[in-house]
Design a protein around this ligand. Structure first.
Ligand SMILES: [Fe+2]
Length: 171
């Protein structure tokens, strides 16, 4: 995808608007199969060529630390609640395997039903359903459609790049 195409895509605000409207579509949200053993996904058509997903999260499930490289995105909660851990710092996009994080850059957001957020490129986060009992359902949109996901491990202040997943790895 060229820079010009990326520049003409939906904005983070438009992605957030889309995920909010989608989360309000009770019939669509109800169409997502829920599995008590693991997360479930339903691919949606996002605005302006973006990639969108409806995701079901049983209690205790989460993503682990990752980013979406050059993609911007937004997500919101259709039911239940999710917790997001993120970093309030712009990390170098590449050229490193481990980073020692400064104190004070960790952020935690508790996102309840109807709450959402947008994020920019290189946003590093993990999202989890910290509830002991309640399933959560969320709506996500990304643009450009996810070219890759970088996965990290985190031990204390040290973030380590573990894996880069490309679309062909997901199929
Ligand atoms: Fe993510």
């Amino acid at each position: 995808m060229s820079a010009a195409e990326a520049a003409s895509g939906p904005t983070a605000a438009e992605l957030l608007d889309f995920v909010r409207r989608t989360a309000d579509d009770a019939a669509l949200v109800a169409a997502l199969p829920l599995d008590p053993e693991g997360r479930t996904w339903l691919r949606l058509e996002g605005p302006g060529g973006s990639e969108a997903w409806l995701i079901g999260w049983p209690p205790g499930t989460g993503t682990g630390w990752h980013d979406h490289a050059e993609s911007i995105g937004a997500f919101t909660i259709a039911s239940g609640a999710l917790r997001e851990h993120s970093l309030a710092a712009r990390l170098p996009a590449d050229g490193w395997k481990t980073l020692e994080l400064n104190e004070g850059i960790d952020r935690t957001r508790e996102l309840t039903t109807g709450r959402g957020r947008a994020f920019g490129r290189h946003h590093v986060h993990e999202v989890l359903n910290a509830s002991g009992q309640e399933h959560a359902v969320s709506v996500h949109a990304y643009y450009p459609p996810l070219p890759l996901i970088r996965r990290y491990s985190r031990v204390g202040a040290v973030l380590r790049l573990e894996q880069t997943e490309r679309p062909e790895d997901w199929q």
